[in-house]
Design a protein around this ligand. Structure first.
Ligand SMILES: [Zn+2]
Length: 378
């Protein structure tokens, strides 16, 4: 079964209703009212079904999930545990109840034993044992009312979006930090950071010409990576997800040509910290480029062995990201920040590994991405 990424969005996606932001601001109850009417219809279709025009055949339709970016899911689920609750300060007064609706990740308890870190990406991460342990809402959200669902697993109705989590999330931070690290190392010839960014821009535009790619960004500079000063926390400043794809391909190419191809000597890499770090960036970039190109080439169902492999590679990327965060932290640099979207990508990775281990076929995580739905947002 193919995915619905090809062709016009109007031909594969059907709008039930839309609501202007201005109308929603004027009448905040309107959205929930519309959702309640929709949920009533969906509940009837799941329980009673619908007959065809001559009354000879009945079909039942099951609403199997709602997808959206993290703010949309937090709103539609009236989530009490969401990314907005992330602890901002070490000594913050209010304890974080958790940042994820699926598990207790991010929960700050009275003791370490009672707390659950969301920054764990390894196979035995503590949050994995807390899935569906506590409800993330005080009452079932209107969108689920009347819907037959496994008791205790209602939060799984809200589906996370790999495309937002990566292309408009962690991928932007990974790229910004990697390019900033490149511009602050001695691998480029320019004397100043700005001169090194100019050199990177020349290389990027020449790469784009060579591979016949129309670059959305014409310049790689401090603004592109929100890097005003050395204390800035680099993040991609673009809003177009395709920029992330283009820059990931270029970064991989650049690192392969300038670093990996330059030396494979493990001792030399071990001695030169910079080279070792660059090898980390090359490895992480390659891993995610492979995972995404494989997932986009697959259909809705992915063979179990492939799904497991992709999940393991995604987990490996997250562990590489964490190693980078740890090494810059030791140097008191504000880079590779650990954000809730990294935890959501960890759910996707672990889901692929679990499905791939248990089943012959696994559903693609891109089935719950929203890139095409964005066409309907004005
Ligand atoms: Zn979680």
């Amino acid at each position: 079964m193919k995915m619905t990424f090809q062709g016009s969005t109007w031909g594969t996606h059907f709008i039930i209703f839309s609501l202007l932001r201005a109308a929603s601001v004027e009448n905040p109850a309107a959205l929930n009212k519309l959702i309640s009417h929709f949920a009533e219809d969906m509940s009837r279709l799941a329980r009673n079904g619908v007959y065809n025009s001559i009354g000879a055949r009945r079909v039942w339709i099951m609403h199997i999930g709602v997808k959206g970016d993290l703010p949309a899911l937090a709103k539609i689920g009236a989530l009490e545990r969401s990314f907005t609750r992330m602890a901002r300060h070490v000594n913050g007064r209010a304890r974080c109840p958790g940042i994820c609706w699926l598990c207790m990740a991010g929960k700050e308890g009275e003791t370490v034993e009672d707390s659950v870190a969301f920054e764990e990406f390894h196979a035995e991460a503590k949050w994995k044992g807390t899935m569906m342990l506590e409800s993330p809402w005080s009452s079932l959200p209107p969108i689920m009312r009347g819907l037959p669902w496994t008791a205790g697993e209602e939060p799984s109705f809200l589906k996370t979006d790999l495309w937002h989590n990566w292309h408009n999330g962690l991928g932007k931070i990974w790229l910004a930090c990697s390019f900033v690290m490149l511009a602050t190392m001695d691998i480029l010839q320019g004397g100043s950071i700005d001169a090194k960014f100019e050199e990177l821009t020349v290389e990027f535009l020449s790469w784009a010409r060579r591979f016949r790619i129309s670059p959305y960004l014409r310049q790689l500079n401090r603004d592109s990576f929100s890097f005003a000063t050395n204390n800035s926390n680099p993040q991609g400043s673009w809003s177009k997800a395709a920029v992330t794809t283009q820059l990931m391909l270029f970064l991989s190419f650049f690192l392969e040509a300038r670093v990996v191809g330059r030396t494979d000597d493990p001792i030399l890499c071990g001695i030169a910290t910079e080279l070792l770090e660059l090898h980390q960036y090359a490895k992480g970039t390659q891993l995610m480029n492979i995972v995404l190109s494989v997932l986009y080439a697959e259909g809705y169902w992915i063979r179990g062995c492939t799904a497991k492999k992709m999940g393991l590679m995604m987990r490996s990327f997250l562990l590489t990201y964490q190693e980078c965060a740890y090494s810059v932290c030791k140097e008191w640099l504000n880079r590779f920040i650990l954000v809730p979207k990294a935890h959501m990508i960890s759910h996707t990775a672990e889901g692929l590994i679990d499905d791939g281990t248990r089943c012959q076929w696994a559903p693609s995580p891109l089935a719950t991405s929203n890139q095409q739905s964005e066409d309907n947002i004005g």
